[in-house]
Design a protein around this ligand. Structure first.
Ligand code: GLU
Length: 422
């Protein structure tokens, strides 16, 4: 059951994303006509997804696929299975994908999809039927040259394999490029599962370097222990950081001496939730935001840092592993307090960058070594960080507005060069 706050925010997400666009565009003088075009989504479909449940009853779910923009190439973005999925939140997430892909220099536009459901309470069979029916309902929207889905909150490589298979069965042959984040056995890329966590690490390393600090010795609190948060925790510890707090949707744990991430990962691998993890003092997700640390990494859902808790943040760097974890009001508070926010479009872009590599490898049916994926990812994230940092310093704007401005500017440029059809 969603709280009133969650419901209110999920129905407001797109106007917040539009507000961010307008602010970035105003700061960098992007033409109002262009901003009006970019403020809307090119295409949005809502589908009903009826499936037979294991007990023989029928349940009808609602699914969405939104293409925000495709001026720079086919649209790209994940599929989310979560109770908070709405058309509005999907539109916001699609818009952020457009800026993210452009900032990284990928030949993609932005999209997002989702089904309003709680995947934790569905059996494997129900999840498969839901995925295959949803894919069939959007089969005319997606395609390797059109719109390419990927994992997001609540979905994983197994779900991507069902999407790949369903689409391919409809076409009569295997279409590797239709979806990314696939298992290795069916055209996935080495390094894709860890890519978002690795990208976040590279981004943090760059930021700390600019501030004459290092990852080694930094104290980090991570909200969310899914694909992003758990990998980030592991690689941070490998680099000598101390992870003092972690959490999932059941709550979190705090340990000033450092959490045993290996033990937490083992618990997760057995299907466990952090509620039952005994490696520290129990804290709530709200308490984690205000925990004493150097780096706060929100790696779960949107709008967890808002005007009610932004002044309580003790970290000096916020690393946005999630999409949209900071509201514009909170952003202003953090900025005024001198806290460096490494924005989602930069900090969590590792996933879509390696998705791009997977798409390229699939189209060529030629697969790369893991070191090659890793090195190319680092090169792209480091370059995007450097571009953003230069604009942040030269225009005295936050890293978020510098990153958005670069992304928005590149999409605006492509749209202008292509011209307005007809
Ligand atoms: N869902 C991820 C994101 O928000 C990955 C998208 C993709 O790989 O296309 O960036």
């Amino acid at each position: 059951m969603l709280t009133r706050k969650e419901l209110m925010e999920s129905s407001n997400a797109f106007s917040l994303a539009q507000q961010q666009l307008r602010e970035a565009a105003a700061t960098f003088g992007i033409e109002p006509d262009m901003v009006d075009i970019l403020a809307e989504c090119k295409r949005a479909v809502e589908v009903s997804v009826p499936i037979t449940m294991d007990d023989g009853s029928v349940e009808v779910f609602t699914g969405y696929r939104v293409i925000h923009n495709n001026a720079r190439g086919p649209s790209k973005g994940g599929i989310r299975y979560h109770p908070s999925v709405t058309l509005d939140s999907t539109k916001a997430l699609a818009m952020w994908m457009t800026w993210k892909c452009a900032l990284m220099g990928l030949p993609f536009g932005g999209a997002k999809g989702g089904v309003t459901c709680d995947p934790h309470v569905l059996s494997l069979g129900e999840l498969e039927r839901l995925t295959r029916r949803y894919t069939t309902e959007i089969v005319n929207e997606i395609g390797p040259e059109r719109d390419i889905p990927a994992p997001d909150v609540g979905t994983n490589p197994a779900v991507m394999a069902w999407i790949f298979d369903t689409y391919s069965m409809n076409q009569g042959h295997s279409v590797l490029g239709v979806v990314t984040g696939k298992p290795l056995a069916v055209g996935g890329s080495l390094g894709r599962e860890e890519a978002t966590g690795h990208g976040a690490l590279f981004c943090l390393q760059e930021a700390l370097g600019r501030l004459d600090r290092t990852v080694a010795g930094s104290r980090v609190a991570i909200q969310g222990f899914g694909n992003v948060g758990s990998v980030l925790a592991r690689v941070l510890v490998e680099q000598g950081a101390t992870v003092v707090a972690i959490s999932d949707s059941t709550g979190g744990v705090y340990n000033a001496e450092g959490i045993d991430i290996g033990a937490a990962l083992a618990q997760k691998a057995l299907g466990g939730r952090l509620r039952d993890f005994a490696g520290g003092d129990r804290i709530s997700n709200e308490e984690l935001i205000a925990i004493d640390c150097d780096v706060l990494a929100p790696c779960a859902l949107e709008h967890v840092i808002d005007e009610t808790n932004a002044s309580a943040v003790k970290a000096t760097i916020v690393l946005e592993g999630a999409n949209g974890p900071t509201t514009p009001e909170a952003d202003a508070i953090l900025n005024d307090r001198g806290i460096v926010v490494l924005p989602d479009v930069l900090a969590n872009a590792g996933g879509v960058v390696v998705s791009y590599f997977e798409w390229v490898q699939g189209l060529q049916e030629y697969f790369w070594k893991e070191e090659e994926v890793h090195a190319r990812l680092q090169a792209i994230v480091t370059r995007a960080f450097a571009d953003t940092w230069v604009l942040h310093e030269s225009h005295d704007v936050s890293m978020r507005y510098a990153a958005y401005a670069l992304g928005v500017g590149r999409v605006a440029e492509a749209s202008t060069i292509r011209g307005l059809y007809p």
